[in-house]
Design a protein around this ligand. Structure first.
Ligand code: PHE
Length: 353
């Protein structure tokens, strides 16, 4: 009879209803609804608890135990399910926010040096390895350094070799890096080993000449410097730059500031002299890359060094030419017209540019 009384109370019906509801709960707010539905003021469990008072006293104890057990169970299960849902939600959030440190980085596109600057750095590096320092001088130069000190007086016909941009005050855009020879001798005295890379300017503008181009001057002043030291130094530099041993030849030439003077030709890097239609050497098999010579005693003297005690050699390399040869750039103008896509494409398609 007693059992029946408890059953009438509906404990198991409430437990079942709670069970079904709880299983379906996926979120904390759904769980809250269940909590209200069963334990709120008018909740199914609350109603059960209240109805205990209306039972005949002999049934109260057992029914009370059952209902209290159900209350404990409901509270425990609400608690547990709440914890599980919170855990699952935390995990989900963590997963969505997790940073995968093993993913490859997005990377950043870096810039690159212009081929001429690259060439300049490479050659300066090679020369530094041979004990040379890097010097510099102004691009707006005085006639005195650009010509006079270099054994080119006003009347000298060699001035015509380098058609010059003059400023109204008589200053000029340096036509070569050779004035730095004088400036370096004045500044450092002898013995001396310097290279000086930089821009130079001449009134020239066609497919093979630009009004601005880049040179690297080299100057060594010491005692008993020999011609073969000069040849060895230049050959070493060129081979190190191209990364292989190229044939070279020295041709007699003329510069007012060196005596004797030479020009260096190197074996054509494109065809090695095997292609009579070669676009680089035009079938000659040789490429002219530098002027040089033993420094004229007048120049040593202009550098305030005693030419009876010291001598030396100097050279001037065309950096644009060297860059074109090393990187296979067919047209000089491409170096100056800022065609970025041409350079990004690995210097290809010169014809189409
Ligand atoms: N200054 C010369 C030129 O521009 C090159 C050169 C430099 C020649 C040093 C001899 C010695 O043509």
């Amino acid at each position: 009879m007693q059992g029946l009384g408890v059953r009438e109370l509906g404990v198991s019906a409430v437990r079942e209803a709670f069970d079904v509801a709880l299983r379906a709960a996926l979120t904390l707010s759904e769980l809250d609804d269940i909590r209200v539905r069963f334990t709120g003021k008018k909740g199914e469990l609350t109603v059960l608890l209240r109805s205990l008072g209306k039972l005949p006293p002999e049934m109260r104890k057992e029914a009370g135990q059952e209902v209290n057990a159900l209350r404990d169970e409901i509270e425990a299960r609400l608690e547990e399910t709440g914890r599980k849902i919170r855990e699952a939600e935390n995990e989900k959030q963590e997963k969505s926010e997790r940073i995968d440190v093993t993913l490859p980085a997005k990377g950043r596109r870096t810039g690159a040096f212009h081929p001429v600057m690259q060439t300049m750095h490479e050659i300066a590096n090679i020369m530094q390895g041979l004990g040379y320092s890097v010097a510099s001088g102004p691009e707006i130069e005085e006639d005195y350094y650009n010509f006079e000190c270099l054994n080119v007086p006003k009347w000298h016909p060699a001035r015509d070799m380098q058609d010059t941009f003059y400023f109204p005050d008589g200053k000029l855009l340096r036509t070569h890096t050779s004035p730095v020879q004088i400036r370096a001798m004045h500044q450092y005295g002898a013995p001396l080993r310097i290279v000086c890379p930089g821009k130079v300017y001449r009134r020239d503008n066609d497919t093979t000449h630009s009004p601005m181009f880049n040179q690297m001057e080299g100057l060594l002043v010491d005692k008993d410097v020999s011609f073969s030291e000069m040849k060895g130094t230049i050959t070493e530099m060129v081979n190190a730059f191209f990364g292989r041993s190229l044939k070279s030849r020295f041709r007699a030439s003329y510069f007012p500031f060196t005596e004797p003077s030479m020009e260096l030709d190197i074996e054509c890097v494109e065809c090695s002299g095997h292609d009579e239609h070669c676009r680089v050497c035009h079938g000659t098999g040789w490429l002219e890359v530098a002027g040089m010579g033993m420094v004229h005693p007048n120049v040593i003297r202009a550098g305030k060094i005693n030419p009876d005690e010291y001598n030396g050699f100097a050279f001037g390399i065309g950096l644009d030419r060297m860059a074109m040869l090393k990187y296979g750039i067919a047209d000089l103008r491409l170096l100056f017209d800022g065609n970025v896509s041409y350079f990004l494409s690995g210097f290809g398609g010169a014809e189409s540019c």
